[in-house]
Design a protein around this ligand. Structure first.
Ligand code: 8YV
Length: 329
């Protein structure tokens, strides 16, 4: 039987599925330190990860390893050059999380615009004595301009939600989406600068790469309207969190909603002291049904990539399909 490492706690019934095919080493505890992760992979044929970094050194120390299946759509934890050099397949879990993640992005944008977390904390602290005409004034969402940075599957799902809110939708992306999609979404392609200048609510949904590092820093925040909000459901590192803290403190923008952070699960401690930011712990895909779908898809990818099960040899979501069938290097 081939051996796999499941590096994170996941649904026990998915582990049972994997046990039908593999000898499973399951880490059902704390996140593995890098050396422990590498040690436990040494005699494995496959692995199931969720954000664990995998690069050349890890792959070199695991000569049997042929596939690493990430339980996430984003795979910036994989060094794909190293995967390609070693003929190791990487897989991810796209699509099954689109709607849940877009729902959450919408909720976070709304909570940010309407100061829901800030006012709730104030109420819980016992400050509510009387109605005030100017209590927690926020920014309207209905009828406003939504700026989506990253018009992939989740960005498009957000744009569909914007129709019900009668919003103007502008977007920026590495490349323009097909005219038919622009027409369906009623979304207009603009430069990043124009988007930042015009949007009332900016939502970030782009993948993290070297190029997208600090897509939003001090210069970009300075372009935004003082009444605007910024929501990040993409990845830590896309926003310069220190620059954001400065902008929020100086009220250069109205508010921000963050689900992801530079260096998470640690975060810039200054964020905790700023009232006009809503902070959530990377939960945009966290609904019972979506996390189950992601775990099962990650298992499907692993099972198929290791040549067993109903889809043997045809994993549904290969990131680098060109290595399929090649001998491990
Ligand atoms: C994951 C995510 O839960 O899919 C992604 O890219 O950010 C989340 O849905 C998280 O990355 C853990 O792997």
């Amino acid at each position: 039987m081939q051996k796999i490492l499941v590096a994170r706690p996941i649904f026990p019934d998915v582990i049972e599925r994997l046990k039908q095919y593999f000898n499973v080493d399951w880490n059902d505890g704390d996140v593995l330190e890098a050396d422990e992760f590498t040690r436990r992979l040494a005699d494995c044929d496959g692995a199931l990860t969720a954000g664990d970094p995998v690069g050349a050194a890890v792959l070199a120390a695991a000569p049997r390893l042929r596939v690493v299946s990430n339980m996430a759509v984003g795979y910036n934890n994989f060094d794909m050059n190293a995967f390609n050099a070693a003929n190791v397949l990487g897989t991810n879990t796209p699509d099954v999380l689109n709607e849940s993640t877009a729902d959450f992005g919408w909720a976070l944008m709304m909570a940010t615009a309407r100061r829901i977390a800030e006012s709730e904390h104030w109420l819980r602290a016992g400050h509510w004595q009387k109605w005030a005409y100017d209590g927690f004034l926020g920014t309207d969402v209905y009828g406003a301009t939504l700026g989506i940075v990253g018009m992939g599957r989740i960005g498009q799902a957000l744009a569909r939600r914007a129709r019900g809110f009668n919003m103007r939708v502008i977007y920026h992306n590495r490349s323009r989406v097909a005219p038919a999609i622009e027409a369906e979404l009623n979304a207009q392609y603009v430069s990043k600068e124009a988007l930042l200048q015009q949007a009332d609510h900016v939502v970030l949904v782009l993948p993290y790469t070297k190029e997208s590092h600090h897509t939003i820093g001090a210069a970009e925040l300075a372009l935004m309207k003082p009444t605007a909000t910024l929501t990040n459901i993409a990845r830590g590192g896309i926003v310069d969190d220190a620059a954001l803290v400065d902008a929020l403190r100086a009220k250069r923008i109205a508010a921000a909603g963050l689900d992801v952070y530079e260096g998470e699960p640690k975060l810039n401690p200054a964020l905790l002291t700023v009232p006009n930011v809503v902070l959530t712990p990377h939960i945009a895909s966290a609904t019972e049904s979506t996390r189950r779908a992601m775990a099962n898809l990650a298992a499907d990818n692993l099972i198929a990539a290791l040549g067993v099960g109903p889809q043997a040899g045809h994993p549904p979501n290969p990131i680098n399909p060109e290595v399929l069938g090649k001998a491990r290097a």
